[in-house]
Design a protein around this ligand. Structure first.
Ligand code: SER
Length: 320
């Protein structure tokens, strides 16, 4: 894995900002090219302004750089997507097809495509979603992710393009702000707790969802991308999970460290989205095929989030 040139799209998003640094650590700063429609804070490596709908700009960049891998993170998430379904379809789908087609034409070795628990919905037992269940998503974001998984499978089978994918649960991290998702409450709540302010939650107290700590999510991504080809048996997208909890349990976990922490529940339209998603997902295929195992529990994640955010506040850094 020497001489990699890795393009990350949507690199300024919640995952991208953290993944960039992890990739730079693993492959060297010179190997990583961050792209997004806006500049990225705290990134010292190369940055190129790129809209994923700009096929020509994408091809030019891939060619100039001798690109070997693309992590295609640019997308509109579940809650934002509902405000403009057709634009979400266009950005998420045309963006992916530009990436896949360019990757095929320019001989890219490997592509990473993030899918989501949003692919699940009606017609399954939401208490625990299996790997191979019908996908009937409730949001346009979920529709694009389910279709995207199938496009990855198609490019792998038809053109031999090595596309790899994870169905991320809600991702919780202190490093970057989430943007427009239904699981964002589980990040926001920590910012309020660290500032010792009350939090108003937009989901019901019982809205259980699968979640993962950022460090685990990044490690899963890098491990999947580094796994030998024959271990990556699933070419649509792997179920991935770290833990599951509802907002009440998360608030209780925070109260172990911030005893006076107060949370009110005022559900909005995002509650219906959460209710259509599974409460847990079965990630045993990822465990068997390429050795996935999460390291953070609800308690260790809560402690790490609060420690980092409190440190940022004490040293006057923005917490977003
Ligand atoms: N975290 C994402 C969202 O809430 C799910 O993929 O939209």
């Amino acid at each position: 894995m020497q001489n990699e040139k890795i393009i990350v799209t949507g690199a300024g998003g919640q995952i991208g900002q953290v993944l960039l640094h992890a990739l730079a650590e693993r492959y060297g700063l010179q190997a990583v090219i961050a792209t997004d429609i806006r500049p990225i804070p705290n990134w010292e490596g190369r940055f190129v302004t790129l809209n994923v709908l700009d096929r020509h700009g994408l091809e030019k960049l891939v060619e100039e750089q001798g690109t070997t891998q693309i992590y295609h993170l640019a997308a509109i998430l579940s809650a934002s997507g509902e405000k403009d379904p057709l634009m979400t379809w266009q950005v998420n789908m045309d963006g992916l097809l530009n990436i896949l087609d360019t990757a095929r034409d320019k001989g890219i070795e490997r592509v990473f495509y993030p899918s989501s628990i949003a692919v699940f919905g009606a017609g399954i037992d939401l208490r625990q979603a299996g790997q191979d269940v019908p996908l009937i998503p409730s949001t346009v974001y979920g529709i694009t992710k389910a279709a995207g998984e199938n496009w990855g499978y198609y490019y792998y089978n038809r053109y031999g393009l090595d596309v790899r994918s994870l169905r991320y649960p809600g991702i919780i991290g202190y490093q970057s702000p989430p943007g427009g998702g239904t699981t964002d409450y589980a990040v926001d709540i920590f910012h309020y707790a660290a500032r010792r302010e009350a939090y108003t939650c937009f989901l019901e107290s019982t809205a259980r969802l699968p979640m993962i700590y950022m460090d685990d999510a990044i490690r899963a991504t890098l491990d999947l991308m580094a796994a030998p080809k024959d271990q990556v048996r699933i070419r649509t997208s792997y179920n991935l999970s770290g833990m599951d909890f509802d907002p009440q349990e998360l608030a209780d976990s925070i109260r172990e460290f911030v005893p006076d922490f107060k949370v009110n529940f005022v559900p909005d339209f995002r509650q219906a989205i959460a209710a259509s998603w599974p409460q847990r997902i079965d990630d045993s295929d990822a465990r068997q095929d390429w050795g996935w195992a999460p390291t953070y529990s609800l308690r260790s994640m809560t402690k790490d989030m609060l420690d980092h955010l409190e440190e940022k506040i004490a040293s006057g850094q923005p917490t977003h």
